[in-house]
Ligand binder design. Structure first.
Ligand SMILES: *Cc1c(COP(=O)(O)O)cnc(C)c1O
Length: 392
């Protein structure tokens, strides 16, 4: 494997988050002084002599633009190591690649549909065992531990019900049984939640969402402080090859520069939308960790420094009412995905969570009348007016 530049040789943690988002891993180009890190759109690197090169041989093994992104994201998650991937699921696949038949995972039962499909359709048939437990029930994780448990795998806030997992408590459960805690931090973003600081061992992202933030790239990344796991993941990244291209890496680097300022606006808008919905007579329930009525509000205040931009709500009148409402939206686009500057509305039952069997889905609260909003950074008055008109 190439001696690709380790993502650890980087800047002083002394700088604040927003500063690191703009500068970490991206010194001015030494040959030209280019202030913005270049796109190294090359597959190969000319070597100076047999066995002599400048740290790069072939872009699956290492690419400078990708390395800059890996260093920057590691810095934002308070990690020593970072690896970038072609998608969030490719990052997940690399994390799972170190498991062997008979190994056991405990996961929360409100996972992103694609993660559930990867577990059930790819890893279960290979002999990996998986137990699902209610996300907020810390004791249930402890009860589910076996001698073979290698990972506790959680998403917090969960998708789409925005339930929280107590990361510090679940990290203790994992470590007491010799397992590692893996956290999908896609919904929160490292601006408001840094799982490694709370005891998690591995954190990953679909960078497609808040990290890139402009709905124009599919990407993923994982970050860890565990040198042994990092080496095994890095081996798999190169050996299985799920790497992002230089241009996509550059787009994500560009996007993440504004993460802190975008997130502030997402949260401000989301809070206003959640308050509006919670007072609306046609809305049965609103799920937003920033509302004092949310069952995990106190935990959110403890382990996050904000409440994020995702709001889910249950509409009265079932599927018929939902269909009518969605058709009337003008600013919110009906679309999967989240975390971009534009506002999106998703119907989990038929869209993101369609791969979960209906009965299981309903039992977990993902009803036919549930809608999930990714609240964008447009004028908040336009967003509220759009929802008000659609609910009429
Ligand atoms: C989108 C998403 C993923 C998967 O990422 P891709 O980039 O689509 O592969 C995983 N987890 C969560 C929470 C997501 O929202």
């Amino acid at each position: 494997m190439s001696s690709h530049r380790p993502s650890e040789d980087q800047p002083a943690r002394a700088h604040g988050f927003a500063t690191r988002a703009i500068h970490a891993g991206q010194p001015a180009d030494p040959t030209t002084g280019a202030t913005i890190f270049p796109i190294y759109q090359t597959s190969t690197y000319t070597q100076t002599a047999l066995g002599e090169h400048r740290g790069y041989e072939y872009s699956r093994s290492g690419n400078p633009t990708r390395a800059a992104l890996e260093t920057c994201l590691a810095s934002l998650e308070s990690a020593r190591f970072g690896l970038a991937f072609a998608s969030g699921l490719a990052a997940e696949n690399t994390i799972l690649s170190v498991l062997r038949p008979g190994d056991h995972i405990i996961a929360d039962d409100d996972l992103y549909g694609g993660s559930y499909r990867l577990f059930e359709r790819v890893y279960c048939p290979l002999g990996i065992e998986i137990s699902y437990v209610p996300a907020r029930d810390t004791d249930a994780y402890a009860r589910a531990m076996t001698d073979h448990t290698k990972y506790i795998w959680v998403e917090t806030p969960t998708n789409p019900l925005l339930t929280l997992v107590d990361l510090a408590a679940v990290a203790e459960v994992a470590h007491a049984g010799g397992a590692k805690l893996v956290v999908d931090n896609t919904f929160a973003s490292p601006v408001i939640q840094r799982p490694l600081e709370l005891g998690a061992d591995v954190v990953f992202h679909s960078t497609t969402k808040y990290i890139n933030g402009h709905s124009d790239v599919i990407g993923g990344a994982l970050m860890t402080n565990d040198a042994d796991l990092y080496e095994r993941y890095r081996f798999h990244q190169n050996a299985a090859g799920g790497v992002p291209g230089a241009f996509d890496s550059w787009l994500v680097l560009r996007g993440v520069k504004t993460l802190a300022v975008r997130m502030r606006q997402h949260q401000e808008n989301a809070m206003a939308v959640a308050q509006f919905l919670s007072e609306h007579p046609k809305v049965r329930a609103v799920y937003y960790p920033g509302l004092p009525s949310h069952p995990d509000h106190a935990l959110a205040q403890r382990q996050m420094s904000g409440f994020g931009g995702m709001v889910s709500f249950d509409v009265k009148g079932g599927l018929t009412a939902v269909k009518r409402m969605v058709k009337r939206l003008r600013v919110f686009a009906l679309a999967e995905s989240l975390g971009g500057i534009e506002s999106l509305c998703c119907h989990p039952a038929t869209m993101t969570h369609a791969s979960i069997p209906a009965q299981l889905r309903e039992a977990r609260g993902v009803t036919d009348s549930l809608l999930r909003l990714s609240v964008g950074i447009e004028e908040v008055n336009d967003l509220i007016a759009d929802l008000r008109d659609a609910l009429e």
